[in-house]
Design a protein around this ligand. Structure first.
Ligand code: PLP
Length: 482
């Protein structure tokens, strides 16, 4: 399996090269040349396998220049750091709705599903490509990626990590998780701006030749969801969900299942699209956005316009106006890197992207756009608890609302965060919000009867190590001082 750029450059790369580089030098994203297929017979055979075995079976089809032994060592991380034996369990609610819980990793958000294994894949990639320089991994985060990357890469040899987060755009728990991160090789910096400002600033660093010269001792890379090492491990849990439904006799082999995905940068849902291309019986993928509904408008009209108001919402990890991974979906739909290159050149110039109607129709066959207002988000948290005695976080609520509105067959809602990362917003739905976050956490425990995870309890006593906050045009100065 070889990887190429979305932007029409014919040069081919191995999986490990793509993971080490993060992004192509022509600004494109790495995509597989074709999709490895999984037959229904193979799916049937996988039914009895556990998460790690499913992961091996999927990942070895993509990561061809990793040996089976290496992959097993990487995948072993799920046993070491995940608190649930199923890693990503499926919970059955009423009326044919299922929830896939993706937050049993150390930082309590779905980002751990990929960011726990990716540092190991990255370390092997460095070895395979005889990396001499240390890697400098720049991370722009809307809240959850930052902590997951800090946790995954901490104290790893040959790697330095710098995380940029919107200083005013994350939840209290998200901020505390990052600010208390230990590790000799990590830096955490707040930015006066939103996630898109952080993401754009990081992208510009990659293109800033003068800065790159002054950072000559490092090789720059990215741990954002544009990195293939993030995308591929996410395909696994779509298979896991389907296989668990099969194992539990909720569905029959070949039965089509829909998925509803709370979407920001389009990485999570894109993995579902990849699973479908591989042959998993996926019907529709609900692309559930919050009030920042730029993807909704695009998927309805074919016009993506990032020049619009940015809203801060209760689901901050989805407060994004430029969904990077959409580029990969467009590439697979157009199957023409030259055309895609033109489209993105224009987009980078004027912030507007237009897709022809034939391609748009093709996308709409699988991807169904939906979005939730803040009121709907609160209502859905309340109603889900009322009806099922099951508490969900605001991101999951957006996907739940999308699932209920668009339901035509059995549907799996991807649950992306543990409730205690967003206690105050959840309590708002019940009119029980308190004045400080630790009181909120106590109140949420009383209400939900869910145990508070140890990593949340510990937060209160950890030392705050990172307090830097800078203006959005000052990122380069931070890097120069490394
Ligand atoms: C990152 C994140 C999302 C959005 O996922 P994308 O891959 O960026 O679309 C949704 N919910 C939570 C809790 C997240 O951390």
């Amino acid at each position: 399996m070889k990887y190429i750029s979305t932007r029409g450059n014919p040069e081919e790369f191995t999986a490990s090269q793509a993971i080490e580089k993060g992004i192509c030098s022509d600004r494109g994203l790495f995509v597989p040349k074709e999709f490895p297929k999984v037959s229904l017979e193979e799916i049937e055979q996988m039914k009895k396998r556990d998460y790690k075995e499913i992961a091996l079976s999927i990942l070895k089809r993509y990561l061809m220049d990793y040996s089976e032994e290496e992959l097993k060592e990487c995948i072993g991380v799920y046993d070491e750091t995940f608190s649930h034996p199923e890693k990503a369990p499926v919970v059955k609610l009423k009326d044919g709705v299922y929830v896939l819980e993706l937050w049993h990793g150390p930082t309590l958000a779905f980002k751990d599903m990929a960011l726990q294994i990716m540092p190991r894949l990255f370390t092997y990639a460095r070895k395979k490509n005889n990396a001499e320089k240390d890697s400098l991994i720049l991370v722009a985060t809307s809240g959850d990626t930052g902590k997951a990357a800090l946790e995954g890469f901490k104290d790893l040899k040959g790697v330095k990590v710098v995380v940029f987060y919107p200083a005013d755009g994350v939840s209290d728990v998200q901020r505390l998780q990052m600010q208390t991160s230990a590790g000799k090789n990590v830096e955490v910096v707040g930015v006066n701006g939103n996630f898109d400002d952080c993401q754009t600033a990081v992208k510009n660093i990659f293109l800033d030749e003068e800065l790159n010269r002054s950072l000559d001792k490092f090789k720059l890379s990215s741990a954002n969801s544009i990195n293939l090492g993030r995308l591929l491990p996410q395909i696994v849990y779509y298979f896991k969900a389907y296989l668990q439904l099969l194992r539990d006799d909720e569905i029959t082999l070949g039965e089509v299942v829909d998925f509803s995905v709370p979407t920001g940068n389009f990485g999570d849902i894109l993995a579902g699209y990849y699973a479908k291309q591989m042959g998993l019986p996926v019907g529709k993928l609900i692309c559930a956005s919050n009030k920042n509904n730029v993807l909704y408008d695009f998927l309805k009209t074919g016009v993506y316009n990032k020049q619009r108001e940015f809203f801060k919402t209760m689901s901050p990890s989805m407060d994004i106006l430029v969904s990077s991974n959409l580029e990969r979906l467009l590439y697979h739909t157009l199957e023409d890197g030259k055309v895609l290159n033109e489209i993105y050149n224009k987009f980078e110039e004027n912030g507007v992207l237009e897709l022809d109607t034939v391609s748009l129709k093709k996308i709409q066959e699988t991807i169904v756009p939906d979005y939730s207002s803040e009121e709907e988000c609160l209502e859905t948290i309340y109603n889900t608890f009322d009806k099922n005695n099951y508490m969900i976080d605001p991101h999951t609520s957006v996907a739940m609302n999308g699932a209920l509105k668009n339901k035509s067959r059995k549907i799996v809602v991807l649950s992306t965060a543990n409730i205690y990362k967003f206690s105050s917003s959840i309590l708002k739905a019940f009119d029980l919000e308190k004045s400080n976050e630790f009181e909120n956490i106590q109140a949420l425990e009383k209400l939900s009867k869910e145990d508070i995870p140890l990593n949340i309890k510990k937060l209160k006593s950890l030392k705050i190590l990172h307090t830097k906050v800078i203006d959005k045009d000052k990122l380069r100065y931070i890097l120069k001082s490394l």
